[in-house]
Design a protein around this ligand. Structure first.
Ligand code: PEP
Ligand code: MG
Length: 836
């Protein structure tokens, strides 16, 4: 049980508060909380029993790990690292067990005085995320005699001294539900649960204990699915924290191995004829010249500068990396790239890891340069993860490597290597980090082969999302293949052929060409309207965010724009765009469409789309809170500005306004009335059509009522699926079961089209279900007449529509509504409408 601890004065002299220390790093508690001494004696004594966990090479600082786990850093003088050891005589070595009062370092203050800015000696709790001072001495102290500081577990200081720590520690047990045990994502969940409360939470497993705020320490416990874990919580909100962490541990998440591409877990193998085997990361066939890629190790300044400068440099580099990752996350969010967004989220959790950052800061305190300190801290954690004999955790070591490189680059001011990759090459590397991959234009790659890595690594997830054939864990032999050599990668079969013969090249080329020809053919016909074989027209529209996308939509043959997500105009800005700015943006889109119509959706923020300056209140359950049109009701001026900007856009006949997250007719009428009022105020006589999104089950059930007042309905299947199946669309662990082909969704879509038909309104789909070629006959059969997808998909979708017979779709779709799962629906749909 973790105990409070009393420290004795390590030196004689006057006690000073940290505020009086002439160094902003210590005064700002960047190294932790504690107390200082203006020394009157010269031998630093151990303030308690413990083990020397670190001693600076230059002998001016030492960390003692007390028996209760507190790390007590003692730093003699200010900026004394620059003395390079002169004036200090260490009397103990790292790893030594020490008794309270034992001499640790002899300091020659006569020599040091005048060479360092101050002799003030600081004693801080280096792991201040776990412990805090409850009582501090003041006045004159006698070394080894006077009480110096009382240390208690974090959150206990207020309760001191009347309540003993043991009485305050709450305990619980959790049965781990995560399919792969505690790897990166579950660890990030547990960290988030622990951080939300003012409490210290730790997990005990297999005789080891880990701070619940440290993802690396959590992963390091090696907890597997079904393991029983003890949870300890103390502090003001111990009870809440305990419950939240137990819930996070017990949450069920599927095994990433099961979720990943069907992987042959075989070890790297040399196959017959010199072919190389590996593990499937992303299926497909590719032929191309090899580009071997090895990212250079960033340069690290080994020589430490002044202590305060090194702390500052480390803090600055961490802040730089944080803002880089945030910017990349925003960009990923903007592109709807959920895979990349989730990966960067995991990197941010690592950047918040108190064990990692604490270890780096401690070693800066002991005289290392910021670069050496961070590199060593990250490597120690990586080694720990790699040694755990768990492929998932070993793959997370790759994320730490990514972070290490980013921080070292930020410290050195260098920029990352941008590999020059000729188009359609096959990139080969020992391993890649997500950042490496983010610097590569995805379409430059024909394929990716890694000597190491695994099917569940973040890089594998990314290549899969980009549709680039990839094989991992292929072993070092792939690194021997010469640059420029033409190779054949059959990622689906997990084979790389470094010396393909002409027959296999020919056969593979024929397959690749066939697919390319099919795509070229459908592109040729893309600008023609699409109608089914039996002559029913279907509008194939594009989902866009701005004018550039609008031009792309035209180029790809879109008949119109089915969804402009206007919130992207608002994201990544300091303040909301003015009416004029908005009008200019909307007008530019309509102009770029050259006579085609556009459906522009009013701002849809909240939930997974955050716009900081709108300062919407914090919500425990944002997906069920102020999002979509409700955020417009909460900020009426914002909605007014947007409606006014839309009303000014011409020609009104080509513009349709769409309202997100409408729940019922009241929501719709509220906006309809306001739109009419604004039009009257602005003297606008021709109003654009007004439609509602069907994203909430209530809206689908009440589609007939909504259709009475709306000009059209557009189904947002992303949200409709999340709300119908009660599965958070942003939670990657729930993604496997989030399938829009679920019979419950099909029934709601059928209800929507039936309700719309009663009032002669049309129904479109602008969620991801419209992009699912397997779902197209189902949607058409259910009565949908417009499908809106990302511009690049328009040609293939039009081709799919042209191959269908609407009457048959109508007939065949009804029995699907009686099936009991999405898997059954998909299987049956494949039988009825096989794709060529
Ligand atoms: C949807 O929910 O399906 C939709 C198109 O809206 P968004 O993805 O922007 O929430
Ligand atoms: Mg939506």
């Amino acid at each position: 049980m973790i105990q409070a601890l009393e420290l004795k004065a390590p030196l004689s002299g006057k006690a000073l508060s940290l505020d009086q220390v002439p160094d902003p790093v210590f005064a700002g508690r960047m190294m932790g909380d504690g107390l200082a001494i203006d020394p009157a004696s010269s031998t630093l004594l151990a303030p308690c029993d413990g083990v020397v966990s670190q001693i600076a090479r230059t002998g001016h600082a030492l960390t003692l790990r007390a028996s209760n786990g507190a790390e007590i850093l003692m730093h003699i003088g200010i900026d004394t690292v620059s003395l390079q050891g002169q004036g200090f005589k260490p009397l103990v070595a790292q790893g030594d067990s020490i008794r309270c009062g034992q001499p640790l370092i002899e300091a020659d203050f006569d020599f040091i005085r005048g060479k360092a800015p101050s002799l003030v000696t600081v004693v801080v709790i280096a792991n201040s995320d776990a412990f805090e001072p409850a009582a501090r001495a003041d006045g004159e102290l006698s070394a080894g005699q006077s009480m110096f500081m009382r240390i208690v577990p974090l959150g206990m200081a207020a309760a001191e001294p009347t309540v003993a720590r043991d009485d305050q520690t709450l305990q619980g047990q959790a049965l781990v539900g995560h399919g792969d045990g505690i790897h990166a994502r579950p660890a990030a969940m547990i960290q988030a649960a622990a951080k939300a409360f003012n409490a210290r939470v730790s997990l005990r497993f297999n005789g080891q204990e880990a701070n619940a705020r440290s993802v690396v320490a959590l992963m390091g416990l090696g907890i597997g699915k079904g393991d029983q874990v003890q949870v300890l919580a103390s502090g003001e909100q111990a009870a809440e924290a305990l419950a939240a962490v137990i819930e996070a541990l017990q949450a069920h998440s599927p095994s990433a191995q099961a979720e990943a591409a069907p992987a042959s877990a075989a070890a790297p193998a040399m196959l017959a004829d010199g072919k190389i085997g590996g593990v499937l990361a992303a299926p497909g066939l590719a032929i191309g010249p090899v580009v071997q890629f090895a990212a250079a190790e960033p340069w690290v300044e080994e020589q430490p500068g002044l202590l305060a400068d090194e702390y500052r440099a480390l803090a600055r580099a961490l802040a730089t990396v944080r803002s880089e990752i945030m910017a990349q996350m925003h960009a990923a969010l903007k592109r709807g790239d959920k895979a990349l967004q989730a990966i960067f989220d995991a990197h941010l959790a690592l950047l918040d890891d108190p064990e990692l950052i604490g270890a780096a800061e401690r070693s800066v305190g002991q005289g290392q340069s910021a670069g050496v300190a961070f590199r060593d801290a990250a490597r120690a954690q990586r080694q720990m993860l790699s040694a755990m004999n768990n492929p998932l955790l070993a793959e997370r070591a790759n994320d730490l490597k990514d972070l290490e490189r980013r921080v070292l680059l930020a410290l050195s001011g260098e920029t990352a290597d941008k590999p020059s990759v000729p188009p359609q090459s096959i990139l080969i590397a020992d391993d890649l980090t997500p950042s490496d991959l983010a610097t590569l234009p995805a379409d430059a790659l024909a394929g990716v082969v890694l000597a190491r890595g695994g099917a569940t690594s973040h890089v594998a997830i990314l290549v899969r999302a980009r549709g680039v054939p990839a094989m991992v864990a292929a072993g070092p032999a792939v690194l021997e293949i010469a640059n420029g050599r033409e190779v054949l990668l059959d990622a689906t079969a997990c084979v790389l052929d470094p010396k393909p013969d002409s027959a296999s090249l020919q056969a593979a080329r024929a397959q690749i060409d066939e697919r390319r020809a099919m795509l070229a053919k459908v592109r040729e016909a893309a600008s023609q309207p699409a109608q089914t074989r039996d002559g029913h027209p279907v509008e194939v529209a594009a989902n866009i965010a701005n004018e550039r996308d609008a031009r792309e939509a035209v180029r790809c043959g879109a008949d119109s724009v089915g969804l402009l997500r206007s919130e992207f105009l608002f994201i990544e800005r300091e303040a909301a765009p003015t009416r004029e700015e908005q009008h200019a943006a909307y007008q530019a889109v309509l102009d770029a469409l050259q006579g085609r119509s556009a459906i522009m959706r009013t701002i849809d923020v909240g939930g997974d789309k955050e716009v900081p300056y709108l300062t919407l209140p914090h919500e425990d359950n944002p997906a069920l809170g102020l999002r979509g049109i409700r955020s417009g009701f909460a900020r009426p001026a914002l909605l007014d500005d947007q409606l006014a900007a839309l009303l000014a856009t011409r020609p009104a006949s080509k513009l349709r306004i769409l309202l997100p997250m409408v729940a019922d007719v009241d929501d719709l009428l509220r906006v309809k009335i306001r739109l009419a009022e604004l039009a009257a105020e602005l003297g606008v006589s021709e109003l654009p059509q007004l439609g509602v999104m069907i994203e909430v089950p209530s809206a689908a059930m009440l589609a007939d009522q909504l259709a009475e007042h709306a000009d059209f309905l557009s189904i947002g299947t992303n949200d409709l699926t999340q709300y119908t199946l009660a599965r958070d669309r942003c939670n990657p662990d729930l993604a496997a079961g989030l399938d829009h082909m679920h019979p419950a969704l099909l029934r709601l879509i059928a209800q929507t089209t039936a309700g719309a038909a009663r009032h002669g309104r049309w129904v479109g789909v602008c969620g991801a279900m419209a992009s699912d070629l397997e779902a197209a006959p189902v949607l058409l059969g259910l009565g949908v007449t417009e499908l809106s997808v990302s511009p690049g998909l328009v040609p293939e979708l039009k081709a799919r529509v042209r191959a269908l017979d609407l009457e048959m779709c109508r007939r065949e779709v009804q029995p699907l509504l009686q099936l009991t799962s999405a898997a059954q629906v998909r299987a049956r749909a494949r039988e009825i409408w096989p794709q060529v």
